[in-house]
Design a protein around this ligand. Structure first.
Ligand SMILES: Cc1ncc(COP(=O)(O)O)c(C=O)c1O
Length: 414
């Protein structure tokens, strides 16, 4: 085998990552709050995942193991329908929320008979924004709806844009970065009033289990979900498609129980998703009030202990119960994630895709945060698995980490 090239690069990278992990040692306590990018998993969902690995069948095949696999899919489908308030239509299981969003946007464009306008909010997740942008190369027109300084979309601007050329309007029910909850019912009313044939898509990955969803009565036609966002194992997403809606597949292949997403279904992850859905359905109010209590303890605690901090997104009931996004002035977000990681507190700066390029998040720029403020933002999410002691620990560590970074920040020295 020839040496050098990729192999050498990978070995070098592996060595670096190993030394980073080693340098961290074992913090005496760890609190994982980077739930935007990867989830904790409910113990019960893990048990369901393990059990389902013993189901060897493919749900399209007519034998006992095949029917066991189909049973797992149907249970998850019913569980999702219960939690999102729909009785009809189709649920398609993908392998992630990203795939579900791509299927929604691309699949609707492929099925479009003449309508060419796609409307999205300025703060959509990149898995909606990027496919919508790509469609411009195929003759579609993209319109972005602005948001105010808390992230609420401009409904008048939306009303002015919807017309009979509008194929779809896509607005996330809850924004993944700043937690703003949009009024889906008002959006759907405006859109359907202007153009009854326009389709309403919502990326509900961050809304599932966080806010009550009644998609049928809100007038939503198509909605995306991600398993790890509700503490199911990774490797499963879903798309709800209203009955009668025209959507073309974007993948083609053989044999599947699902027309819109061919290929072998991830049955163990789907079984874990079903269990997580059931837990959220049974404990919805308790989980929500627990998350809200921990969220407020974290936000209030940081304001009490640290100066020059800004909350990104709205306060109170119009903010998702799990979301804490704060900018620490005179601190660089990436540096803060590393400093906190050394202390066993795991957070992210902006969304994963954005932070990899070190560009400030498009969401924070859309709510008109100056560049330096957007750069100092930290995203933390709480879950029903966290408790007050976790938050107390985070509240001890954040002020220390910020103080250390500010002490070496050139802007403070100046
Ligand atoms: C609002 C939103 N949409 C879509 C996604 C993509 O989901 P996944 O990570 O399952 O691809 C995420 C991911 O975190 C998200 O927060």
């Amino acid at each position: 085998m020839a040496g050098g090239g990729l192999r050498e690069d990978l070995l070098e990278q592996l060595e670096k990552v190993r030394s980073l992990v080693k340098a961290h040692g074992s913090p005496h306590r760890e609190v994982y709050l980077d739930l935007e990018n990867s989830g904790l998993v409910f113990e019960e969902a893990l048990v369901a995942l393990h059990e389902a690995y013993k189901i060897h069948g493919n749900p399209s095949i007519t034998h006992r193991p095949g029917w066991r696999a189909l049973e797992a899919i149907l249970e998850a489908e019913l569980g999702l329908m219960d939690l999102i308030g729909v009785d009809n239509g189709e649920v398609v299981f993908t392998h992630s929320g990203t795939e579900a969003n791509n299927l929604a946007v691309m699949g609707l464009a492929r099925a479009s008979c003449g309508r060419r306008k796609i409307i999205v909010s300025q703060i959509e997740h990149l898995s909606v924004k990027f496919p919508a942008e790509r469609l411009q190369e195929h003759g579609f027109k993209l319109v972005e709806i602005p948001v105010d300084e808390e992230g609420f979309i401009d409904l008048d601007y939306l009303a002015g844009q919807v017309d009979d050329d509008t194929l779809m309007v896509s607005v996330a029910a809850v924004n993944h970065e700043i937690g703003v909850i949009q009024d889906l019912r008002a959006i759907a009313e405006i859109v359907k009033d202007k153009s009854p044939g326009a389709i309403i898509h919502t990326d509900a990955c961050d809304a599932l289990g966080r806010i009550p969803l009644d998609l049928e009565s809100a007038g939503v036609d198509i909605a995306s979900f991600s398993g790890h966002k509700i503490f199911a194992p990774k490797g499963v997403g879903a798309l709800y498609v209203k009955e009668g809606l025209k959507l073309e597949p974007i993948l083609h292949g053989q044999l599947s129980s699902q027309r819109l997403w061919p290929g072998a279904e991830n049955i163990p992850a789907i079984a874990g998703f079903a269990r997580a859905l059931e837990l959220f359905r049974k404990n919805f109010d308790e989980y929500r009030s627990r998350m809200r209590r921990l969220r407020d303890m974290l936000i209030d605690g940081i304001f009490e202990r640290v100066d020059d901090v800004v909350l990104n997104g709205p306060k109170g009931d119009m903010r998702a119960p799990d979301n804490v996004n704060m900018s620490f002035l005179y601190c660089e977000g990436e540096a803060l994630t590393v400093e906190l990681s050394l202390r066993g507190v795991y957070v992210s700066s902006g969304s994963a895709c954005t932070s990899r390029t070190l560009e400030p998040s498009h969401v924070l720029l859309a709510i008109k945060r100056p560049y330096e403020v957007a750069h100092g933002s930290i995203l933390m999410k709480v879950s029903p698995m966290h408790d007050e002691d976790d938050i107390k620990y985070v509240l001890e560590q954040v002020p220390e980490a910020v103080k250390r970074l500010r002490a070496i920040s050139p802007r403070v020295v100046m």
